[in-house]
Design a protein around this ligand. Structure first.
Ligand code: SAM
Ligand code: SF4
Length: 326
């Protein structure tokens, strides 16, 4: 078992396959010219498999592939198939632009649930946020997956003045479509133009939904980060991930492995533990995993206050989201 000093059992590993991406979401990717990590510094498929097996041996039961965009890696299909042979619940988070090319792989790998990011229902706004004209592809792929029977969660980073005026439209989408919308509070990372007044909080999102809908809370499962709701009669649900206004660190079971093979024991941790170099030097990596999780801070990487309005983003030491793996 991988357990930290607050008795939190860590059984959920998020592996970033790459810091590369075919979109350019401003809240995720730094604005200055970004240089992607060279392939030689990324974990290779056999290294990913070896490390994943070690994590599984130590108690991991769920693996999520993420990035950057996991499906831009040329060997993504091989990695998905290899990891599907492990005794884990395998899933992924993707921007949805390439899903149509991966349908057979996902079915073969028995991936039945995915998170897809889509911050707006308006094609022109999609271009503003992602700097790429791919709305229709993502939209079509979401519906293709739903048609094929996948459980589809749609991640929406809510930013005031940009897409908070679409909250009701997203809830309306759940009326006829069995889609699970997850509103995510905007989080601060290196170079992502975060300011506290752009955060739409859990409370504010619920107040907005209440203007039009009566809704009920859905049961909360242990380790779940999203608070879930549904409008009675709707085919889908909506949820809120309130990292900034009401964090869920007390129940955290997540370990992050960056594409260059470093453990981050929290999304906001300063410290990293280099597993890939250890593996390449033929060292035993299991003790490093336990040490890293053993030193995990109680909440928010120990970096900032739970009153998000007091956060000074320039004082946060962290990677950009695209290099962590969300
Ligand atoms: N490329 C994939 C995607 O877009 O889903 C996977 C990687 S992305 C970093 C993972 C998730 O992190 C996405 O849902 C994205 O919206 C979210 N994310 C990125 N930056 C964020 C931020 N500053 N605040 C909140 N969520 C963020
Ligand atoms: Fe790429 Fe996902 Fe980051 Fe957007 S959120 S830039 S799609 S990694």
């Amino acid at each position: 078992m991988i357990i930290d000093s607050y008795n939190r059992i860590h059984n959920y590993l998020r592996i970033s396959l790459t810091d590369n991406c075919n979109l350019r979401c401003f809240y995720c990717m730094p604005e200055e010219d970004y240089i992607f990590t060279p392939t030689s510094k990324l974990m290779q498929p056999d290294e990913i498999e070896t490390l994943a097996k070690i994590f599984v041996r130590e108690g991991v039961t769920k693996i999520r592939l993420t990035g950057g965009e996991p499906l831009v890696r040329k060997d993504a299909a091989d990695i998905i198939i290899a990891l599907s042979r492990l005794p884990v619940n395998l899933t992924l988070t993707t921007n949805g632009t390439r899903l149509h090319e991966f349908m057979d792989v996902l079915l073969k790998a028995n991936v039945r649930s995915l998170n897809i990011s889509l911050d707006t229902l308006q094609a022109h706004k999609f271009c503003v946020i992602t700097r790429r004209d791919q709305f229709k592809t993502v939209w079509d792929n979401i519906h293709l997956l739903i048609k094929k029977g996948f459980h589809v969660k749609v991640n929406v980073v809510v930013m005031k003045g940009l897409n908070d005026n679409e909250i009701l439209d997203f809830v309306e989408w759940t009326k006829e479509t069995p889609v699970h919308v997850r509103f995510i509070e905007f989080m601060p990372f290196s170079g992502n133009r975060w300011t506290s007044n752009k955060v739409a909080t859990l409370k504010q999102i619920l107040e907005k939904v209440e203007e039009k809908y009566s809704f009920i809370s859905l049961p909360h499962q242990k380790n779940e980060v999203a608070k879930k709701y549904t409008v009675p009669g709707h085919a889908g649900t909506f949820a809120i991930i309130s990292t900034m206004s009401a964090n869920f660190c007390g129940d955290c079971n997540r370990i992050r492995l960056t594409a260059d093979g470093k453990i981050k024991n929290c999304l906001f941790s300063k410290e990293e533990t280099d597993l890939l170099s250890a593996l390449r030097n033929r060292e035993d990596v299991a003790p490093l995993i336990h040490q890293s999780i053993g030193s995990k801070a109680k909440e928010l990487g120990g970096q900032f206050t739970t009153n998000f309005e007091l956060i000074q983003p320039e004082n946060i030491h962290n990677r950009s989201m695209i290099t962590i793996g969300g």
